[in-house]
Every structure is written in C-alpha cells, then in structure tokens.
Design a binder for this molecule. Structure first.
Ligand code: COA
Ligand code: ADP
Length: 577
C-alpha cells in the first residue's frame, strides 16, 4: 500500500490515547452502501451522480454535527476518480470536519470500495468540500473551532487553511490564466480535422423540477443532487461525441453561486468543449428559475471523460469542431484548463517525496507550487519524532531520519514580537546580515503579494571550490487563526530565464523554512526546518555529527539581527504585477 493510501486511511484512525480510551473524531460520519442495479448505469457501474449524492450527504451530516445548525454546500475541490465501482460492491464513505473558519468548514471525504467476498478495500477518491452554516436571524454564524487531537488531524487542520486560501482565489486566478493563455493560443489552435464531430451534435439541455425528495428539511436543494443532475447531462454530451460509454475521470473545483429551492426548475446545459487524444472536456452549466423569474446561475462545472476499451485502456477519441465565437473560446479555454489541471494533479496530488526537487515555475502553476511549498513545510512541522542532536545556549538542533531522508530543525526563542520577526525573516535579501551561507540574494520576480522568487549565491564549503546558487520560491503566510504560526516556506524551482551557469554549481532545496509562534506579545519561538538535499548537507554535516556547532553561531547571529532590528520598519520586495 502506498504512503498516500496510508494517509487517507488514517482519516479514520481509532487513536488509542494514553488513558487507554479509543479516540474517535467527534465530527466523523460514515456511510456504507451496497451498490444495487438501481444505483448503476447500463454497464453495471455505480453512477458517479449517485456517488456524489452520497458523498454530499455524508459530508453535510458531518458539517451539521460540528456546527449544530443546517449547512449548505458552498464548493467542492477537484475530484479525481481512480476507479469505477461495480454493482455488488460496498461503498464506504467517511467524512470529517478538518477545520472551521467563521461560518464555513472544510470537510474531508474519503471514498473506499470494498469487495465483500475478499474483504479487500481500495480508495476510489478523496475530496474536500466547503460547507457554510446557514445564516440565522441574528446574522452570520460564528462556528466553534475544531481542536485537532491526533497528528493527522493537526496536519489536516493546518493544510485546510492553505487549501482555503487557494479556493478563495481560484476563480479569479483561473479567469486571468484563461484570458492570458487563450490570447497566446491565437487562431492557429482551432485546427480543422477532417473527421471532426461538430460540437453542436453533443449539446444537451435538460430540465428538472426540484421536488421535496431532492431537498433538505430547509427546502434547499441538496448540492449532491445538483451535481448528480449535472453529471447526467455531461455523460450524455460525452457519449454523443464517441458513441460509446464514457467514464468520468475528474471534476474541476467548483462553487455553488447561489441556492435553489423546492419548486425551482433547474435547466442543465452541457456540451463537449474540446476533445484530446484520450480525453475530452465537457462543460456543464446549471441555472434555476421559478415562474416568470429570470434564470439564476447556480453552478458551472468542467468534467473530464475517457472511453475505456475491454482492457480498461483509454481509446483514441474523435476530434471536435467547435461552434463559432463561444465554442471557439471554450475550445481554447479547455486546452488551457488541461494544462492547469495537469499542473495541479502533478504538483498538488503528487506524493511530496515524488515531486522533483526543482519544478519549472510559471504563472500557470504558481498557485499550485506555492501550495506545495507551504504544505510541505506544514507537513514537516507536524512530524513529532524529532531527536535532539545538539544544544547550545538554548538553541537546539534536532534531526529526523525517515525513508532514507534526513530532516533537521533548529529551535530558538527571541525577545522580538512574532510579526516583526516574520517581516524580518521574510525578506531573504536581509539574510546575509546573519547567515554567512547567503552571499548574495536578488529578487527575480515578486509573483504575488506573498510569493517571491529569489536567486541566492552561497560560498563553497571547500577552499577554492565552486560556489553554489539556488533559485528559491519563498512563500510567506500570516496565521489564519490563533492555532497557526507565521510561516515562511522555501523550495527550489527552475526558471528558463535563470539557467545554471559555469561559475556556480546549482544547489537545490526541497523543503525548508521557518515557523514563527507568538509565545507572548514580546517573545517568539522560531523553528527553522530543512529537508537535507546533497546541496545542503555539506553545510550542516559536521553539526549533525556533533563535531561542530556552526548552526549555533548562525542562529545566535540571527537572534542578534532580529533584536537589533526589532523596532525598525521593514520594507518587503514590491509586487511586479
Ligand atoms: N469556496 C469555499 N468557501 C467559500 C467560497 C468558495 N468559492 N465562497 C465563499 N465561501 C465562504 C466564505 O469564505 C465564507 O466563509 P467564512 O464565513 O468562514 O469566512 C462563507 O462562504 C460565507 O461567505 P459570505 O461572504 O458571508 O457569503 P457569500 O455571499 O460569499 O455566500 C454562500 C457564500 C456559499 C453562502 C453562497 O454562495 C450560497 O448560498 N451558495 C449556495 C449554497 C447552496 O445552496 N448549495 C446547495 C446547492 S444549491
Ligand atoms: P463558459 O461559457 O465561460 O465556459 P459558463 O458558465 O457559461 O462558462 O458555461 C460553463 C460550461 O457549460 C460551458 O463551457 C459549456 O460547456 C456549457 N454550456 C454553457 N452554456 C451552454 C449551452 N447553452 N448549451 C450547452 N452547453 C452550455
């Protein structure tokens, strides 16, 4: 079983506490269903629409268990379906609230499939949905906080803040990227293929009347029901392109823009936006109306389908001929979304240890690289098996070996307020004031307010040897709540504008950075983390072996630098955007 599967299974850890009691997350809700023919399509596979309804209900019940009030689905992050599920199998769905913000909560959902004859279980998908507590007469609800108990809960709690950040800027970033990349694609990409299928042939429009069984006790339509209706029309559109049975692989992140209620008519429209060699993108739009009222836009989603042959291999698909104007625009946007989707899958879903040390940075993967950067540091921060290796004047060096990898961290306290410490350490140009390994540091690009690309040069550890340089993405984050630290995450990226040079060896940083905790208004605990790569080990190896304490001189100098600048105004690099 892979490491990621292990992590997913730990969504339901029966955690034995020191007292001997078994701990179970109080927000956890489970649903188990036998897949019957009435839940399946004509090929005997569970319809994804039905699965989405079960996932939404389980997650909603978990959100309501935490909040104690009625909740609605606000958004669902990208879902990647790894397997289809046959009739006769059992679907086990587990949902729990990872974190509550003000009126919204992130709910983690894990779907497993079980073969009752062999007891074998495997993962079908994992999803993160946001639920919002319905407003009361008194106004917006203030939810109680989730208190993480296990290391896994702490990790999900911490990552939930970063996923929320990505979610809230997602629509805006995608719109920018689409307009930018479709302009680059120009006219040439809407090639004419001889046997192309006119997109018009795949168009579907279908209406549904929202009845009481489709709604909750507050008369609002279930989000899962709307997703199921959307999946239904998308499947019809996909089948019309290939005249075969399509399999849904992914649904992109989407947001329920407004509510729908019993008595609404829902108009669902779908069309194939583009088809690639082995996959196609179907776009679906859901609008609601009542009586003579104008249509209300409820949701738009983009789904990727494949067609599988008898050996479950993806078949080659017919090309599409887009309609003029909107069709051509959607055709090009589908190409841009395909690239964004691949970046996301590769950078975000890839197991941390499998992401190459230096990933090429570009504006279309900036959001995901910065997520990866911050979440890798957060994961390191939640590890609890560190070994104290060395200590001098309360500056402590810890190490941790895991899966043939070496991690180290240095912990110290300073009498400087946390926010000022954060500002001073965020600007890597100032690090040479205390770290002799930072010879030069230039800002290459201020990607956004909180993410900066730097080039750093470091002297050689050996006399007369070549110096090293690093291209680093620095992502800084302020706390999202009282249980969060300030955070500065660092990782290497590659940039075509800054290839390695003759003069320097290109060094690489997989994951490093600072977490900064406020201990009191004037005292701060700083932890510096580093996942040692060959480029970094020479600088720390004698410390780890206990032969020197150069880490101490660096961090003592860091402490002096912070204290000397504790009242100074800090100016950070300006955004170039
Ligand atoms: N993804 C995740 N959360 C989102 C979001 C998105 N795309 N957009 C808004 N939110 C969160 C906000 O961050 C906020 O959380 P917080 O209170 O913890 O800070 C919460 O939603 C409410 O935001 P607010 O600004 O007060 O309201 P809004 O006008 O943005 O409305 C909804 C947000 C979700 C309530 C609104 O869009 C809605 O009613 N959608 C329909 C929900 C529904 O009925 N779903 C079932 C199927 S129709
Ligand atoms: P956009 O047009 O920018 O993609 P929309 O929210 O209007 O965004 O639509 C989302 C998707 O729904 C479209 O990409 C398209 O695939 C599908 N769609 C929208 N309108 C129609 C329609 N009238 N008929 C069929 N499909 C539609």
């Amino acid at each position: 079983m892979s490491k990621e599967d292990n992590i997913d299974n730990m969504l339901d850890p029966l955690f034995i506490q020191e007292s001997g009691e078994v701990y179970r997350n109080p927000t956890q809700v489970q649903m188990s269903q036998i897949v019957l023919p009435c839940h399946a399509n004509h090929c005997g596979e569970l319809s994804v629409g039905q699965l989405l309804k079960w996932m939404d209900s389980t997650a909603c019940l978990s959100a309501e268990r935490h909040s104690g009030v009625s909740c609605v689905t606000a958004s669902v992050d990208d879902i990647n379906f790894e397997h289809t599920i046959e009739v006769g199998k059992v679907v086990n769905i587990t949902a729990k609230v990872n974190r509550a913000f003000t009126s919204s909560m992130e709910v983690g959902i894990l779907v497993m499939c079980e073969d009752l004859y062999t007891s074998h279980q495997w993962k079908v998908c994992r999803a993160f949905a946001t639920f919002v507590a319905r407003r009361t007469e008194a106004g917006k609800v203030q939810l109680k906080q989730v208190i993480p108990h296990t290391q896994m809960e702490q990790m999900e709690y911490s990552l939930a803040a970063e996923r929320r950040r990505m979610r809230l800027i997602h629509a805006e970033i995608i719109t920018d990227l689409l307009s930018c990349s479709t302009a680059q694609l120009g006219e040439c990409q809407t090639q004419e293929y001889k046997d192309a299928v006119p997109a018009e042939r795949t168009r579907v429009e279908s209406v549904e009347l929202v009845l009481p069984p489709h709604a909750n006790h507050q008369v609002s339509t279930f989000g899962g029901q709307i997703m199921a209706w959307m999946e239904n029309v998308a499947t019809i559109a996909a089948s019309r392109l290939c005249n075969a049975h399509p399999t849904l692989r992914t649904i992109d992140m989407f947001h329920f823009r407004g509510p729908s209620h019993i008595g609404d008519r829902l108009v669902l429209k779908a069309i194939v936006n583009n088809s690639f060699k082995h996959s196609m993108e179907v776009g679906v739009c859901a609008e609601a109306y009542k009586g003579g009222e104008p249509l209300r836009h409820i949701n738009s989603a983009f789904m990727t389908f494949e067609v599988l042959d008898g050996e479950r291999k993806a078949c080659t698909l017919p090309r599409i001929r887009p309609e003029p104007i909107d069709g051509k625009r959607r055709y090009k946007e589908a190409i841009a979304r395909k690239k964004i989707r691949l970046d996301r899958k590769y950078i975000v879903s890839c197991k941390h240890t499998e992401v190459p040390v230096s990933v090429p940075w570009d504006p279309s993967n900036q959001m995901y690289l910065s997520y990866n950067n911050v979440s890798a540091l957060k994961l390191m921060d939640t590890r609890n098996n560190w070994v104290l290796t060395s200590e001098k004047n309360k500056v402590r060096l810890y190490t941790l070996e895991e899966n043939h990898m070496l991690f180290f961290k240095v912990v110290m306290c300073v009498s400087v307020p946390a926010e000022q410490t954060f500002h001073l350490l965020s600007d890597l140009r100032r690090r040479k004031e205390w770290d002799r390994h930072y010879e030069e540091c230039e800002v290459i690009n201020q990607a956004d307010e909180d993410d900066t690309l730097y080039r750093i040069t470091a002297p050689s550890v050996r006399k007369g040897g070549k110096g090293q340089d690093f291209i680093l993405l620095a992502s800084r984050r302020k706390p999202c709540g009282p249980r969060d630290p300030y955070l500065i995450a660092l990782r290497s990226v590659t940039l075509p504008t800054h290839p390695p040079t003759e003069e320097c060896t290109r060094g690489e940083v997989l994951c490093a950075g600072f977490t900064i905790w406020e201990e009191s208004p004037s005292d701060t605990k700083i932890t510096y983390y580093n996942q040692a790569t060959p480029g970094v080990i020479p600088y720390i190896s004698t410390d780890i072996a206990g032969l020197s304490s150069s880490f101490y001189s660096s961090f003592a100098a860091c402490s002096q630098f912070l204290e000397a600048n504790k009242d100074n105004v800090v100016t950070l690099p300006k955004s170039s955007l």
